[in-house]
Design a protein around this ligand. Sequence first.
Ligand code: NAD
Length: 495
Amino acid sequence: MNTIKHWINGTHVPAGDRTAPVTNPATGKVTGQVVLASVAESNAAVAAAKAAFPAWRDTSLARRTQILFAFRELLNTRKDELAAIITSEHGKVLDDALGEVTRGQEVVEFACGIPHLIKGSFTANASTNVDVHSVRQALGPVAIISPFNFPAMVPMWFFPLAIAAGNTVVIKPSEKDPTAANWMAELWKEAGLPDGIFNVLHGDKVAVDALLTHPDIKAVSFVGSTPIAKYVYETANANGKRVQALGGAKNHMIVLPDADLDLAADAAINAGFGSAGERCMAISALLAVGDIADELVRKIAGRATSIRTGDGLRGCDMGPLVTAQHRDKVAGYIDAGEAAGATLVVDGRTIAADAEGEGFFVGPTLFDNVTTDMSIYTDEIFGPVLSVVRVDSYDQALETINSNPYGNGTAIFTNDGGAARRFENEVEVGMVGINVPVPVPMAYYSFGGWKNSLFGDTHAHGTEGVGFFTRGKAVTSRWLDPSHGGINLGFPQNA
Ligand code: NAD
């Protein structure tokens, strides 16, 4: 049996006997056992990151950038390998896995510009013979705790900039699909990154708590469900750390009566069922405005029934859910929606999937006439379940979105520029698409939601990411000569 071990100080390390099974969700077969860290193992990973920090912080920007470019080149050449690993442990189809790696690679490319991103400013003669300049410096060892749904991209939202800025990293991937992180660790080594700068610690709450409370961890980037994000934010904060904790989502798509309904139906399908709905930017609630609902539901239903669900290695459109437990949870929500009186237009519970064995499949599922008190609307299902909520007006649609506790992503479909512009201004959500259903920002913008979708002040990557992984220092200097003598106890003033 394949054992997935920690990667500490540039090598796989032996671990204690706590493990968790890793499964291929398309077949239901257990493919490995991932080790689950003890507190001592967690401390060893932090110690390696701490020991590597001083030399890495003082490594020239030129050298750091060379290593980043080498990592980018290796990743670009070998990303098919990483995509296959993601498909085998997460289940998403191969194309989608490759898309995830490519979006992560964009952040590596952004981080290659670190010399420019980290530049300070300089003011000569701010006061007579006094100069002022600013620098941004690394924090030290930082922790990155990531979810199962993007085992490569989400860690890459953070570690390229953290490392480029001179920090060292302990990453704690999801125990459900842990191999991608080890693969990236080996790639860093091949790219010339010195040992101890990128460490992978596998585990569960024990490892997370050890990182959140460890005095040598200076910052925490977390992505996962909202209750855990809130817990991580509060615990890391109480332990004096800088923290950004990205949480769950319930993303709405408004379709106005003037929209092209075929394009809107395509978008709803892609955003609702891509990655089997296991995306924090998935559309799970569609607000159909006015009398278009019947026609729109018909168009979406026709497309949903044509989707091929099956093993991600067989060229299917949609793969399985990540675990049997998650499959049962999603199926339970479909039961609950039916019992609550929503109209089940397409039922994914009885799908005949194109796969061998006992995979964890739920097919595309479409509900109509959903109301905002039903659990299929209030909860983040994180599966291929799309709910159509019928509303009378734009104002009612906006009010529905703004009164939702989540605020990650949203989209509006319309040909009316004025309505779209108004929506952009009025909606209380961090990432907005205008005729774009999954508006994931480019690496040079920042990714993050509002309200219960993000705890902390700083979004991921972009210039906010650079700010998160560095701290500023302002230096005031004067080179003394005899004219600068004399005693003056007053507060320094400029002249
Ligand atoms: P999760 O919250 O179960 O796990 C996330 C991480 O926390 C994992 O590394 C896990 O090991 C750890 N963890 C789990 N339980 C813990 C506990 N009790 N104490 C401490 N640590 C714990 O999330 P998941 O199921 O892996 O991922 C799906 C969730 O992530 C969804 O809610 C999704 O919306 C969210 N997500 C959000 C974003 C975003 O950008 N906002 C992006 C991706 C995923």
